[in-house]
Structures are given as C-alpha cells and as structure tokens.
Design a protein around this ligand. Structure first.
Ligand code: DGL
Length: 269
C-alpha cells in the first residue's frame, strides 16, 4: 500500500477521459493531472519536440511526489516512451498497448481502423502492436489533425455539423476498406464519440481504450504493491495555460464543479 498520488499527463484536455476511467476504477487513489494546453497539439510536432515536452511533463509530476505516471496521450506514448523509460526510474503506463489489445480482440473480419494524430500514426505504434498480437489483422490508419484543436476549442464544437463533416471526410477511406473496428488512438477523440458513432454507423465497433488503460494501471500498481486501498481519492489539476478556459471544460468532462485547478510554468521543469 502506497498513498502517494498517481501522475497523469496529456497535451491538454484529452487525458481527462483517461483520468475519469482511472478515478472510477481506483477511487482511493489521489491523482495529479497535468494538461499542457499552452503547447497543444503535440501531434503535429516532431518526435524530438514531443519527447522534450513529455520530459518536462514528467519532471513536473515528479515534483508532486507521484508513485507512477500514466502517459494519457497516444502521441507521447508512441513517440517518447523509450526515452522516458530510459531517463526516469518511475513506472510508466502508456495507452497504445491497451488500445491495440482491445482492437485486436474486438475485430471479427480482421480489418481494424486506427485514427490518431499525425505523430502517432506515423510512428506506426498501433500497426506494430496489433500485427504483433495477430499478424492476420490488416490495419488501416488515418491521421486527423483537425480534431484535437476542435476539442480544445470548446464544447460548442464537439457536436457541431462542421466537426461531423470533418470526421466524415477523415473516415471515408477507412469505411471503404470495410473495417469492422475503429480504435480511437487519441485520448481527445472520446469527447467526439457521438459524432464519430453517427458517421460510422452500427456495423463498426468503436474502441475507446480508457477503461482498458485504467485496468492496466490497476494491474501495474497491484503487481508492484503500490495500490492505495484506503481513503477518498482527490483530484488535482494543473495546466500550462489559463485556468479560465480549462476549468469549464474539465468540469464538463469530469462532471465535477469543485475542481482544484492551477496554472504552472511548465518550461521551468
Ligand atoms: N490526447 C493526445 C493524444 O492522445 C493529443 C495529442 C495532441 O496534442 O495532438 O494523442
């Protein structure tokens, strides 16, 4: 048993979809979340920049005394995990493996679509993981660079017809490939779930890996005896940009109006 908090980071709001699943499955754990809203999106940046940003995100969370870190960002998971595990001795839980596992288990016709940021898709992390699990699965990938900015822009856009038109444009190629499973390879995309569902219809199963990531967190902490089974877990949120924009959206996503949110200067870490 270890009552230090769990750290979670993302480029912005998307990782809150993972936080929600983790807080539900592990209600005793204190959680410290950092969303790098000032420098979002990560997905259009180089591997080197993504790694540098991720390194600072980890350093900030370590300054809060966390016992493990969830990389609640597919872009950082796919581009920076090797460097981070080399440089820091803390346990990391990333988001690509859980999503790949569910995607490969759910498909019946062995045709899986992946959507994510440019950096995630170009890393081929999902393609590699899924074909390692089952090499008879064909993986069709598409990067969707406009979706993260639309989510970060605010709730008005999450169900907007323009967002629906953009998603239809991005997904048409994958739908034509006859995929029966679509993995949301970006933690921002579950916030667009209703629109994505309407675009793909009922024949395609959508995989949001947040629940699987939460199970991986539970398993990892249990294995190394770091679970906290007592107390009421608290949530502390930090952003690198103004809390004015972050607060209403975080409250909406977490369904909680009493959040502690603070701005920090991430470049100091
Ligand atoms: N939520 C991040 C991910 O899962 C968004 C990346 C971005 O900032 O472009 O990839």
């Amino acid at each position: 048993m270890d009552n230090r908090p769990i750290g979670i980071f993302d480029s912005g709001l998307g990782g809150l979809t993972v936080l929600k699943a983790v807080a539900t499955l592990l209600p005793n754990e204190d959680i410290v979340y950092f969303g790098d809203s000032k420098r979002t999106p990560y997905g259009s940046k180089s591997k080197e920049t993504i790694t540098n940003f991720s390194r600072q995100d980890v350093s900030f969370l370590l300054s809060k005394g966390v016992k493990a870190i969830i990389i609640a960002c597919n872009t950082a998971s796919s581009n920076a995990i090797d460097e981070l595990t080399k440089e820091f001795s803390i346990p990391f839980i990333e988001v690509i493996k859980p999503g790949s596992l569910v995607g490969s288990q759910v498909t019946k016709n062995n045709k899986v679509g992946i959507i994510g940021t440019k950096a995630t898709i170009e890393s081929n992390a999902y393609l590699t993981n899924i074909t390692n699990i089952n090499n008879s699965i064909s993986v069709f990938q598409k990067y969707c660079p406009l979706l993260v900015p639309l989510v970060e822009e605010g709730k008005l856009w999450w169900n907007h017809p323009i967002t629906s038109a953009i998603i239809t444009h991005y997904l048409s190629e994958l739908i034509q490939q006859d995929i029966d499973t679509l993995v949301l390879g970006c933690t921002h995309y579950p916030l667009l779930l209703e629109v994505i569902k309407n675009v793909v219809g009922e024949k395609i199963t959508i995989v949001n890996s947040a629940g699987e990531v939460a199970k991986a967190v539970y398993q990892t902490l249990d294995d190394i005896k770091l679970l906290n089974n007592q107390g009421n877990g608290t949530i502390s949120l930090y952003t690198s940009d103004s809390v004015d924009k972050f607060t209403p959206l975080a409250s909406e996503i977490l369904d909680n109006n009493e959040l502690f949110i603070q701005t920090i200067d991430i470049e100091r870490y």
